[in-house]
Write a protein that binds this ligand. Structure first.
Ligand code: ADP
Ligand code: MG
Length: 281
């Protein structure tokens, strides 16, 4: 077993506007460098935060790690194996072991299917025998703190927080090693954010998950992450233990990002930054 579950080396993802990608590689100005030459390791069972303002490449980086987006350049190793050299079977296993939770995962739920059916669908995808799926799906509801009766409900009958729990349950149905949570609490009321964050931390401990938590909110990152990576315009500006990065940033951009949050707030319980002080834009 390699010490790191993920190893990223000089990872780039360019989006072409007009010019060809070949020219983009040669430094064409029309290419959007969504992720630009990022190298980092993800340790097993850590919570790694990715922070940065809107458009800094956080989601793209998360999608590259999840194998949803393809690399323009560089290499990503999962469990020591390069994504470039994976067989179809390995890739399938990889896509199963790395799950993504989105900001409003409720919007991705089939509105016409009851929650229990949706969870059973995911279990079927993983190859769980039909006879075990109902019990398994009910157990997943319990794991995310929802009572059994939620299984009979439709997505529109759930609150935002409950839908996010179902989104997490659906990810867990695939028995992942890694959860990539992209702004998982940004759409929720401040009072609910802490609950979902605590759920993720509980699941990490119980299921030995590695979590990559993407957020523009320093308070959320500070409460949750062992280490944090700071992104700016596609580039990795700083990576270190969360307290070091937040209280003693080495990088000029990080200082500016942290400085945008009034003193005291960075240490507060998960909460959105007060209006007008958002680090999102
Ligand atoms: P963040 O999640 O930090 O807000 P993103 O990863 O979504 O940032 O975007 C980074 C940059 O890449 C932005 O400039 C965005 O407009 C651009 N981008 C993202 N996805 C695409 C795409 N599919 N096509 C073109 N440009 C994209
Ligand atoms: Mg994003």
């Amino acid at each position: 077993m390699t010490p790191h579950i993920f190893e990223l080396r000089n990872v780039s993802r360019y989006y072409d506007t007009r010019a060809s990608l070949v020219r983009a590689r040669r430094g064409n100005k029309n290419a959007i460098r969504a992720v630009d030459d990022v190298s980092l390791d993800v340790q097993r069972e850590e919570v790694l935060g990715i922070i940065g303002e809107s458009g800094s490449g956080k989601t793209t980086l998360g999608f590259l790690i999840a194998g949803i987006e393809t690399l323009t350049q560089g290499d990503i190793r999962f469990d020591g194996q390069s994504v470039w050299s994976m067989s179809r079977l390995d890739r399938k296993a990889f896509r199963q072991r790395v799950q993504v939770v989105f900001q409003d995962s409720g919007s991705a739920l089939n509105p016409r299917r009851r929650i229990l059916s949706t969870l059973q669908d995911s279990l079927r995808l993983r190859g769980v025998p039909r006879s075990q799926r109902v019990n398994n799906a009910l157990a997943l509801l319990g794991k995310v703190g929802l009572s059994m009766e939620f299984g009979a409900r439709y997505p529109h009958e759930l609150s935002g927080g409950q839908r996010q729990r179902v989104g997490i349950a659906r990810a867990l149905a695939m028995k992942p090693d890694v959860l990539i949570a992209d702004e998982p609490v940004s759409a929720l009321d401040v009072s609910l954010q802490g609950q979902i964050i605590n759920l993720l931390l509980d699941l990490r401990r119980e299921l030995h998950l590695t979590i990559i938590l993407i957020s523009h909110d320093i308070a959320v990152i500070n409460q949750t992450c062992d280490r944090v990576a700071v992104m700016y315009r596609g580039a990795l500006r700083e990576l270190g233990p969360t307290p070091d990065v937040i209280h003693n940033p080495a990088d000029a951009y990080t200082k500016q990002l942290i400085g945008a949050v009034p003193k005291g707030l960075a240490g507060r319980h998960p909460a959105k930054n007060a209006e007008g002080m958002s680090t999102n834009d």
